[in-house]
Design a protein around this ligand. Structure first.
Ligand code: ADP
Ligand code: MG
Length: 313
């Protein structure tokens, strides 16, 4: 490691306040105090230039924001509280310290939204593409994390927000960039998803909430993960899918099928969960889109298309 890399780590370190009792960046390991009554959640995700984002189209701060957001979303998906993140960067020579500083602007801004300190990582040069790995530690009361395997027939299926905006944003980026402020809004939804940390933590404490995950591949594919893990079927009511007005507007302008994008587009980073009828859920953020059935079929109500459903296993 050369002088420049030590300076880079110092610059990264100076952006975060580490909570009392925690050893963060600077030693051989981070050290976290014991916290009775909780179990530890760990998640890690890699983002690779050309696979998960394009340079130079993606600004450094949007890559930083998204690197933190997609990982924190996995903690939200279990109903956990994020405790700290670890950030490893393989940096090609073409990206200088100004790029890393922009990246850290986005990474820190999103982390600070949820008060999550950066506790360590690794920094290396890359002969080719930029590669970023983020690991997040979280915690949850023992036995209370919400898994994909808890759904039971009769549960109502909910999503926590409108779907499809991120997928529309990606199509706008790939089509050459936003043409107006509505399209800019959709692009922001793609680059700057906001993980559902407070809602996830709340749902973890609500009796009757049985299974949860975050929507990363799209509802059509993600609901199958809950079906397979829980050994159940599902019905999705296509007419009830929540969509924002700006999403409908850009779909109409470009001739895109909003239902297809909302179901199959992905990268929403919102929650998909199931709960027994009558569960006391927070207002506004829980939109019913279907129900869990016995058997193993996925059925689309109100549409003669199957969106890849009807898969038997
Ligand atoms: P080691 O040789 O023990 O792996 P390093 O010199 O790689 O140590 O890192 C020194 C300290 O800086 C460690 O605490 C490590 O976790 C932290 N660190 C290195 N790179 C990053 C980074 N990109 N983000 C956050 N912390 C980092
Ligand atoms: Mg190291």
């Amino acid at each position: 490691m050369d002088r420049g890399e030590f300076e880079l780590i110092d610059a990264i370190r100076s952006r975060f306040t580490v909570p009392g009792g925690v050893t963060g960046i600077g030693d051989d390991c981070a050290v976290l105090p014991e916290h009775g009554g909780n179990e530890t959640l760990v998640t890690t995700d890699m983002l690779i230039e050309g696979v998960h984002f394009l340079l130079p189209q993606a600004s450094p701060d949007s890559v930083g924001w998204k690197s933190a957001a997609v990982n924190l979303s996995d903690i939200a998906a279990m109903g956990g509280r994020p405790v700290g993140t670890f950030l490893s960067i393989a940096l090609p020579a073409a990206l200088d310290s100004a790029w890393v500083s922009g990246f850290m602007d986005g990474y820190s801004e999103l982390s600070q939204l949820f008060d999550v300190p950066l506790l360590g990582g690794d920094t290396n040069s890359s002969p080719d593409r930029l590669c970023i790995n983020v690991t997040v530690l979280g915690e949850c009361p023992v036995g209370k994390s919400l898994k994909r395997s808890g759904a039971v027939p009769g549960d109502i299926i909910y999503v926590s927000a409108c779907l499809g905006d991120s997928a529309a944003g990606l199509k706008i980026i790939l089509g050459g960039g936003p043409a107006d402020s509505v399209e800019e809004m959709e692009v922001r939804r793609h680059y700057q998803p906001i993980p559902e940390i407070p809602l996830g933590m709340h749902l973890q404490s609500v009796p009757g909430v049985h299974a949860m995950m975050d929507i990363s591949d799209g509802l059509a594919s993600d609901v199958r993960h809950i079906m397979e893990a829980s050994g159940v079927g599902a019905e999705i009511d296509v007419a009830s899918l929540p969509m924002s007005s700006q999403f409908r507007q850009v779909c109409a302008a470009h001739g895109w099928d909003p239902v297809e994008l909302a179901l199959c587009g992905g990268e929403d980073y919102k929650l998909l969960f199931t709960a027994a009828p009558g569960s006391i859920l927070p207002d506004g953020k829980c939109i019913p889109v279907g129900r869990i059935t016995s058997g193993n079929e996925l059925r689309w109500i109100g549409s003669d298309r199957d969106f890849g459903g009807f898969r038997h296993f």
